[in-house]
Every structure is written in structure tokens, then in C-alpha cells.
Design a protein around this ligand. Structure first.
Ligand SMILES: [Zn+2]
Length: 216
């Protein structure tokens, strides 16, 4: 039997679905950015998978993927392991329907693992990564290309070790076309430093995939 799984404001009992959020940066009016969470806590202990969407605010098909996963497909009373889903990983860019955060013009998927004292986008990245992604075992980051585009997952090359190898197992399990690409830049000690959520997760030892859906 699994134990309660806690993240942000959520405490998910085994065999249940619970919702809440990660509290992040303050906006100018004093309100706080809240990164939504839907946690499907399986009845049995097992791996914890992060599935996030809409890190770019105009890429919304992954929200529907998460709705189907959490509302229709997964039954926590027979599930081993836990799904942590965040349908809107950058709520500020989602609000304006833009790829970048309008407030500071930053692409959040170039600043991971974020900066607690940086710009608004860098603070959101910091909280998303350290309060969320850092607590799971594997990561899927759902993006979306234009309508009619071929769906594919991205597997990174340029490093070695367990997390790098496990990317391929994730890609096989996902079961669609795979695009292979090196990390943009490797920092000291081979740590990926391109600033994507994908590369930051691998740098923290967690197998990860960028998933490019289609639908605009
Ligand atoms: Zn994207």
C-alpha cells in the first residue's frame, strides 16, 4: 500500500485523484502564480511520472491529453505508481496565449532549472522544477507543433548514464516517431545547460522526453 504523496498544496491519498497547485512568483498586483497539479496516486507504491503541458502558452493540445489521462484512462484504485500532471506549466503565458511570457519576453523552456531571484519566468521555472519535477522519477513535457504536423518525441544525445539510456525506453513505450538531437551546449561535468525542462531533468538524473504533438 502506498503512502500519501505530497506536492505543492496537494496531499494525495493512495487510490485517489487530488488537485491543487504549486505556488510560485508574485505578480504586480500582489496575486501569486499558481501552477496547477492533478495527482493520480495509485493504490500500490511505484514510480512517479510527471506529465506536463503548455510550457509554451499557445501549445494547448496536451491539456486535452491530460484531461483524458486523469478523467478517463487512469483508475487510481488499480494503479501502481503515481501520475503527476500539470496541464499548464506556464500559467502566465497561457493567460496571454503566447509562446513567451509577455511580462519579460522570456522563453521558459530556455531557463531551466530556473532562478529564484530572476525574472518572473525564471522564478516560475525555478518553482516548477524544484517543487515539482525534482520530486518525480521520469518526465514527459508535452508541446505542440502546427496542425497537420507529424507527432514525435525528442531523445537527447551528448551525455551518458542511466537517465540518458532510459530516455530510449521511454520513447519506445510512448510508441511514436523519434527525433534525435544533441543538447545545445554541455556545461561543466557534462551537465546539460540548454535550459530546456527536458535537459534539466536529465541533468538531475531523471529520464525525460520532449513530446511534440500537433494541433497548433
Ligand atoms: Zn513548445
Amino acid at each position: 500500500m502506498a503512502e500519501i504523496f505530497g506536492m505543492g498544496t496537494v496531499g494525495a491519498q493512495p487510490g485517489t485523484i487530488a488537485t491543487g497547485y504549486i505556488e510560485s512568483a508574485y505578480l504586480r498586483d500582489g496575486s501569486r502564480v499558481r501552477i496547477p497539479l492533478i495527482i493520480v496516486r495509485g493504490v500500490e507504491t511505484g514510480p512517479v511520472l510527471w506529465v506536463g503541458s503548455t510550457i509554451h502558452g499557445d501549445e494547448i493540445p496536451g491539456c486535452e491529453v491530460i484531461r483524458r489521462l486523469t478523467r478517463e484512462r487512469l483508475n487510481p484504485t488499480v494503479l501502481r505508481g503515481t501520475l503527476v500532471a500539470s496541464p499548464v506549466q506556464n500559467p502566465v503565458a497561457f493567460f496571454t496565449g503566447t509562446r513567451l511570457t509577455e511580462h519579460d519576453g522570456v522563453n521558459i523552456n530556455r531557463v531551466f532549472p530556473g532562478n529564484a531571484k530572476g525574472t518572473l519566468t525564471e522564478r516560475i521555472a525555478y518553482d516548477l522544477f524544484h517543487q515539482g519535477v525534482a520530486k518525480v522519477d521520469a518526465v514527459l513535457d508535452l508541446h505542440s507543433n502546427s496542425i497537420g504536423a507529424v507527432c514525435f518525441t525528442i531523445v537527447r544525445t551528448g551525455g551518458s548514464g542511466k537517465a540518458w539510456d532510459a530516455q530510449w525506453e521511454l520513447a519506445d513505450a510512448f510508441g511514436i516517431s523519434v527525433a534525435v538531437g544533441p543538447v545545445g551546449q554541455l556545461g561543466l561535468g557534462g551537465t546539460p545547460s540548454s535550459g530546456t525542462l527536458h535537459d534539466a531533468a536529465i541533468g538531475a538524473g531523471k529520464p525525460a522526453l520532449t513530446v511534440e504533438l500537433s494541433g497548433g
